[in-house]
Design a protein around this ligand. Structure first.
Ligand SMILES: [Zn+2]
Length: 262
């Protein structure tokens, strides 16, 4: 499921491939992903325009069109982007295809169709309406501390709550907690200043490094949990078997030896 590092990677990919090219047309292969806009209106609003720049907040990507409109992309469970030549075949799960006037296209592909494509005029207003917290990479240490101190519950559930901090999902929450050596079920109220600072540093470090690795598990450091997450996986630090538990409605993977409950 695309999280902040994946969406940031899509953003950079889109910036590197798809800006400043006249859009010749938009093909909607599956209207299921369209939210609050019809296929006809989407094509009408984008045709003859260019993508100008993009902006990411949490797991949302917004692409500014050279009019007063933004394209909104959310990647759901399996969404991604692919830029390719007209004469090549579109990826098999293409839902929306942006066809540029040059010889290329940009596909929004999404096998499981939980993704969203929409249009909006005011990004900040949208973020407010969704009540999203600050982006996990923009949040400062004092802000981070304040957000966490105000809430109760398991640390992992807090990290996953998009309304508190936006962008962290199940996989990276586990990685951050492994780095901070915190058990995912640790109650926030048990964390002192030092532990909160450690958690903040782990959050920035893991998300930053995951972006550098282009959110590709094959490029992740060997010392990370991510490549070993799952049944039979062993802790890269102590070699013991990883454990799983249901926390905050999701399956957490962790090392019970290295990540003690506080
Ligand atoms: Zn361990």
């Amino acid at each position: 499921m695309p999280e902040l590092p994946d969406v940031e990677t899509f953003k950079r990919y889109l910036d590197a491939t798809s800006l400043h090219q006249r859009i010749g047309g938009v093909d909607v292969e599956s209207a299921y992903v369209l939210k609050g806009v019809s296929a006809r209106e989407l094509a009408h609003r984008l045709k003859g325009r260019c993508f100008e720049c993009s902006r990411r907040h949490g797991k949302h990507l917004f692409v500014r069109v050279d009019s007063d409109v933004w394209l909104r992309l959310h990647f759901g469970m399996t969404g991604s982007l692919r830029y390719f030549q007209h004469n090549e075949q579109a990826p098999p799960h293409t839902r929306v295809l942006f066809i540029f006037a040059n010889t290329h296209c940009l596909a929004f592909e999404d096998q499981r169709k939980f993704g969203e494509v929409g249009l909006l005029t005011d990004v900040d207003e949208f973020l407010k309406r969704r009540a999203l917290g600050p982006d996990a990479l923009d949040v400062s240490l004092p802000q981070f501390r304040k957000i966490l101190e105000k809430h109760r519950g398991a640390v992992k559930a807090i990290l996953l709550n998009q309304k508190l901090i936006a962008g962290i999902g199940n996989i990276y929450a586990d990685e951050i907690l492994f780095r901070a050596r915190m058990h995912p079920a640790t109650q926030i109220s048990r964390l002192g200043d030092k532990a909160l600072t450690k958690l903040f540093r782990a959050t920035h470090d893991i998300l930053g490094k995951a972006i550098t690795a282009k959110a590709d598990v094959n490029r992740m450091p060997k010392s990370w949990l991510l490549p070993r997450r799952g049944k039979g996986g062993k802790c890269p630090r102590c070699g013991r078997k990883l454990r799983s538990a249901r926390i905050g409605g999701r399956t957490a993977w962790f090392c019970a030896h290295c990540q003690k409950k506080m």
